[in-house]
Design a protein around this ligand. Structure first.
Ligand code: SF4
Length: 306
């Protein structure tokens, strides 16, 4: 029995529908294409007509013979999109007041390369966390003054005013130190260099603890090495004991011939102590006279108000 092509096509379509591949075969003869003017095949009752959605697959170049196996369902290739580039997160800027360690190290290296060892040291300490005093400080109080000063004053640690301003000896004790420098030495504050053993304020102005001194003292030594003053004046017991590695009180260390790294050291009272004990000012005057002698400076007449 002769098999009509349109029947074969219908059969194949029903098979495809049974397997879940509903599609219209492109080999269906049409009235226009089929010789003999065969009418298009109407859908059979109970078999829904396949949807006439436009296909994205390319049309076959030629009509396949009806006896061939049905062509595999065309694979619709979707355009492959390149993965969207993820936006690169902007680098988090460090807080303005606390430079990142890398930035501080770079600043220190630049300062060292410029031949300014004090600037290099200062850059190294600007965000220092070497001891627990960093936790409550406002500013690191590095020190200030003439980088080639002949005399360097060394105190204990910053107080509240110093912590707030970042400058050493700016409170009432600092003003007294300014008067000592001016009245007993005939110098300006800018002529000398002023620093502390610890660069950050201890809570409630307590004495720096041994681990805090151990962390910070190397920087004072480097400051002294960079400035190379002719005389170092230790203001009070804490500065004297730590710089000199001695255990005695300030009253015992006063008047002794001492030195640090070949530089003469004179121990005198801390200005804050002089504010509490003004009767000790006379002893401070004597100590500063000794400094003047070490520097070869003329003796300054003692003012009437002491
Ligand atoms: S006291 Fe000295 S060692 Fe301690 S955090 Fe301050 S700068 Fe650093």
């Amino acid at each position: 029995m002769a098999v009509r092509p349109e029947h074969l096509v219908l059969h194949l379509e029903r098979l495809l529908q049974a397997y879940g591949r509903e599609q219209t075969l492109a080999v269906r003869p049409t009235a226009a294409a089929a010789p003999g003017g065969m009418p298009p095949v109407a859908p059979r009752p109970g078999i829904p007509a396949p949807p006439r959605t436009p296909s994205t697959a390319p049309a076959p170049a030629s009509t396949a013979p009806a006896s061939r196996s049905p062509a595999p369902a065309p694979t619709i290739r979707r355009p492959v999109r390149a993965p969207a580039a993820r936006p690169t997160p902007a680098p988090t800027a460090p807080p303005a007041s606390i430079p990142a360690p890398a930035a501080a190290a770079a600043a220190a290296a630049a300062a060292a390369a410029s031949g300014d060892p004090l600037a290099a040291l200062k850059s190294e300490l600007v965000d220092c966390t070497r001891c627990k005093l960093c936790e409550r400080r406002t500013n690191v109080v590095f020190g200030e003054g003439n980088p080639t000063a002949e005399v360097m004053f060394v105190g204990e640690a910053p107080g509240a005013n110093e912590d707030r301003t970042g400058r050493p000896f700016v409170g009432a004790a600092g003003q007294l130190l300014d008067r000592i420098i001016g009245n007993a030495m005939g110098l300006e504050r800018a002529d000398v260099y002023i620093a502390n053993v610890n660069k950050c304020r201890p809570p409630n102005n307590r004495e720096p603890q041994p681990d805090e001194v151990a962390a910070c003292l190397p920087f004072l030594r480097q400051q002294i090495a960079a400035i190379r003053p002719r005389v170092v004046v230790c203001l009070g017991r804490v500065a004297a004991q730590n710089l000199l590695g001695r255990k005695e009180s300030a009253s015992r260390l006063r008047g002794l011939e001492l030195e640090h790294d070949g530089i003469p050291v004179v121990v005198t009272w801390h200005p804050a102590y002089l504010l509490r004990e003004p009767s000790r000012k006379r002893e401070t005057w004597e100590d500063i006279k000794r400094v003047n002698r070490l520097l070869g400076r003329p003796e300054v007449p003692k003012p009437a108000d002491g």
